[in-house]
Design a protein. Structure first.
Length: 300
C-alpha cells in the first residue's frame, strides 16, 4: 500500500511538535493535528498550539480551525480527516498526524462505532442531573448502568460520562455492549511512532511548560474566557484550575501547582492508554536519527 499516515503520538509535554515539524519538512508533507483542544482558536496558549512561525514552516490542519462555541467531536473528526487525507494523498504519499488525544487518534486509525442520535428529552434529563447534583452523581449513575465502561472512562470528563449514560438509557443496555471495537479498514497504511521519556524527565518538562504558559499569558487568556467556563472546550487542564482561582477557591500559586499536577496525571493516563496498542513503536524524542531510519525501513 503506497500511501502512509505517520502517526506521531505520546504524552503531553514529551516533544511531539518539534519532531513533527522536522519529519514533515523531510517528507515535504503536511501535518494534521489530533490534539482535541488545539482545534480551538481562542485558546492557543492553554493548548500549547504551534506558533505562527511553526505553522508557516509546513502546512497544518486542525489547528485553530474551530471556535470554542462550535460543537465538535471524534466522530466528525474521523470523517473530516479521512476526507482530507483523500486529497492530501493525491500530491504526497506520506502525511504526518501528531497529537496526544487518545480517542481522536483511535477515530482516525480504527474508526468509531456509529451510535444513535440522542433525543432532546434524554439529553436534558442527564444534563440537569449533572448541573444540579454534580459530577459524582453521574459517575454513580454510570456505574450502575455500565460498570465495564465506568472502569474505562476518564472519570474527570463529564461529557464522556453523560454520553455513555445517554446511550445506555436510549438503548436500554450498557453503552459498552454497543461498542464493537472492530477496526475499520483504511485505504492507506498507518505507521505509529510513540514518543516517551523517563518519568522524572517528562514531569520536569511538564512543570516547565506550565511555567512557560503562565509567562506567555495563560492567566489572561483564561480570564477572558471565564464567562464561558461551562463550555466543553474549556473543560480541560489549565482552564479549570484558573477558573477556580478566579472564583477564590485557592491562590494563584495553588492553581499553578494544580495545573502541573493534573497535567502529570493526564500524561500518565495517556501512556497507560497508548501502552495497550502493540502497533506503536516507541522512541525517545532525542533519537531522531533512529526514528528516521526506522520510518524509512518501514516505507520500503
Amino acid at each position: 500500500m503506497k500511501n502512509i499516515l505517520l502517526v506521531l503520538l505520546g504524552p503531553t509535554g514529551v516533544g511531539k511538535t518539534a519532531l513533527s515539524l522536522r519529519l514533515a519538512s523531510m517528507f515535504q508533507t503536511s501535518i494534521i493535528s489530533s490534539d482535541s483542544r488545539q482545534f480551538y482558536r481562542e485558546i492557543p496558549i492553554g493548548t500549547a498550539a504551534p506558533t505562527r512561525e511553526q505553522l508557516n514552516q509546513v502546512p497544518h490542519y486542525f489547528v485553530g480551525t474551530h471556535s470554542i462555541f462550535d460543537s465538535y467531536n471524534a466522530g466528525r473528526f474521523e470523517l473530516d480527516v479521512i476526507r482530507l487525507l483523500n486529497d492530501l494523498f493525491c500530491t504526497n504519499d506520506t502525511v504526518v498526524m501528531v497529537g496526544g488525544s487518545m480517542l481522536y487518534i483511535d477515530a482516525v486509525c480504527n474508526g468509531i462505532d456509529d451510535l444513535p442520535s440522542i433525543p432532546a428529552e434524554i439529553r436534558q434529563l442527564v444534563q440537569e442531573k449533572y448541573q444540579t447534583e454534580g459530577l459524582e452523581s453521574i459517575r454513580l449513575w454510570l456505574k450502575n448502568l455500565d460498570f465495564d465502561y465506568y472502569r474505562q472512562v476518564d472519570l474527570m470528563n463529564p461529557q464522556r460520562i453523560m454520553h455513555a449514560i445517554e446511550i445506555s438509557l436510549l438503548m436500554d443496555k450498557p453503552y459498552s455492549s454497543l461498542r464493537t471495537q472492530t477496526a475499520k479498514k483504511r485505504p492507506f497504511r498507518i505507521i505509529k511512532i510513540g514518543l516517551t521519556r523517563p518519568r522524572a524527565e517528562l514531569y520536569a518538562r511538564i512543570n516547565q511548560r506550565v511555567d512557560d504558559m503562565m509567562a506567555l499569558g495563560l492567566e489572561e487568556e483564561a480570564r477572558s474566557l471565564l464567562p464561558y467556563k461551562e463550555l466543553n472546550a474549556l473543560n480541560t487542564v489549565g482552564f479549570k484550575e484558573l477558573f477556580d482561582y478566579f472564583e477564590g477557591k485557592y491562590s494563584r500559586q495553588e492553581a499553578v501547582e494544580k495545573i502541573k499536577q493534573h497535567s502529570r496525571n493526564y500524561a500518565k493516563k495517556q501512556l497507560s492508554w497508548f501502552n495497550r496498542d502493540a502497533d506503536i513503536h516507541w522512541f525517545h524524542p532525542d533519537d531522531e536519527a533512529q526514528i528516521i531510519a526506522w520510518i524509512k525501513q518501514q516505507k520500503q
